[in-house]
Design a protein around this ligand. Structure first.
Ligand code: CTP
Ligand code: C5P
Length: 377
């Protein structure tokens, strides 16, 4: 019997400031077929249709490649999805979240594949978006540490109440709340114990706004052994050593971001700051790794890596990448006005399309009512 041809799924997008909402979308898209092919728009293409992206294309490409459900990445693909592109990469259909993406003329970028019946939809992950993350960075409050808290960026010149009372809201660009569940963790986790004899590597940190520096670091860490455990510090601990409104992502969100990374096998949700003997024994750790960023002392002033250092199992790993969470925040603050204007423009285009669709629905209903009453006569 001939082998069944693998189903190739095409998805495309900006994947700017990749977050676990993107990862959850890629997870769902992969389940629609056998091979997941991700097309990513270049900086120039995004600037033309949406406004300049926060992250450079090389970083966006690398971030998507690091997500464990992704099989192939195609760089610099057109903003409007064309049949020629799907055919060129032998993809059966295209998948997208159940929101609308509009081009610079305000038209649906998936109109062609939808018309040809080569389009499938996944559920968008509520409560996380680039807009939401930018809002948290600009607000400088810590409400996002509370699970399910709303974090809405207040438009300049508006009070919180005026902003929330405004009718001019798009369901795609606005802010909602992410509710973490055990099911989501199960879906993201690998669920595999190490094999006997595996070399176990442990590394701990904040991994806030999971970025390309973390990816480069974890890729190198994964080469030190064959089972990588990442310990995530609690929000209180991260706030102790970073102060301000850090972490920008709470522990549940950071857990999902790290679990989506192909170089990670397991995550400790709320790891102790000091690497203790009992932690090393519990997981059978062979190597403890840390990057070149300075290590902050523990709350009691000690070196958190004293025990693994004395045992001779502590290794410094150079990611050769100087990206940091605070650099991303600085970039957003410097470009505050640009990002706010970009989101306002995006939301206005979406509202116009929603109004048009509502109008068309109303007209169709009136027409149906008119034909039915004429038929009954
Ligand atoms: N996506 C999703 N859930 C989210 C965010 C994005 O399912 N919370 C999906 C989108 O529907 C799309 C894909 O991820 O299919 C890539 O999204 P992208 O092009 O980066 O754009 P946005 O939807 O604008 O993502 P964001 O709002 O976070 O910038
Ligand atoms: O700063 P944070 O706690 O998120 O970093 C987690 C780990 O990633 C640390 O070991 C840090 O040194 C490493 N890292 C890196 N290169 C970067 C950013 C972080 O090696 N650019």
């Amino acid at each position: 019997m001939a082998d069944k041809k693998p189903v190739r799924v095409w998805v495309d997008g900006c994947f700017d400031m990749v977050h676990f909402g993107h990862a959850n979308f890629l997870r769902q898209a992969k389940k629609l077929g056998d091979v997941l092919v991700v097309g990513i728009h270049s900086d120039v293409e995004i600037a033309k249709h949406k406004g300049p992206p926060v992250m450079k294309e090389e970083d966006r490409y690398k971030m998507v490649r690091s997500i464990k459900w992704v099989d192939e990445v195609i760089e610099d693909v057109p903003y409007v999805t064309e049949l020629e592109t799907l055919d060129k990469y032998n993809c059966d259909f295209c998948a997208h979240g159940d929101d609308i993406t509009l081009d610079s003329d305000g038209r649906d970028t998936y109109r062609i594949v939808k018309e040809q019946g080569r389009y499938k939809e996944c559920r968008r992950t509520a409560g996380v978006s680039t807009t939401d993350l930018v809002g948290r960075m600009l607000l400088m409050t810590k409400t996002h540490h509370l699970v399910g808290a709303r974090n809405s960026p207040i438009p300049e010149g508006k009070t919180n109440n005026e902003a929330s009372c405004s009718n001019l809201k798009s369901p795609y660009t606005g802010i909602s709340q992410f509710l973490p569940t055990t099911n989501k963790i199960i879906q993201f986790a690998e669920g595999k114990d190490p094999n006997p004899g595996d070399k176990i590597v442990y590394t701990a940190g904040a991994f806030d706004l999971f970025h390309v520096g973390h990816v480069d670091f974890l890729e190198k860490v994964s080469k030190l052994g064959n089972y990588v455990i990442v310990g995530l510090h609690t929000d209180e601990e991260v706030n102790r050593y970073w102060c301000g409104n850090y972490p920008i992502m709470n522990l549940h969100e950071r857990t999902l971001s790290v679990l989506a990374c192909r170089y990670v096998n397991e995550v400790v949700i709320g790891a102790p700051y000091t690497v203790t003997n009992s932690l090393l024994d519990h997981f059978g750790v062979d190597v403890v790794a840390h990057g070149m960023t300075p290590t902050k002392p523990s709350a009691t002033g000690e070196n958190p890596y004293e025990i693994p250092t004395n045992k001779g199992i502590f290794k410094l790993v150079d990611s050769c990448n100087d990206m940091s969470t605070s650099k991303i925040v600085d970039r957003i603050i410097e470009n505050r006005r640009n990002y706010q204007e970009r989101n306002e423009r995006k939301e206005q285009k979406e509202i116009r399309l929603i109004e048009m669709m509502e109008e068309q629905n109303k007209n169709a209903q009136q027409f149906q009512h008119y034909s039915e009453s004429n038929f009954q006569k």
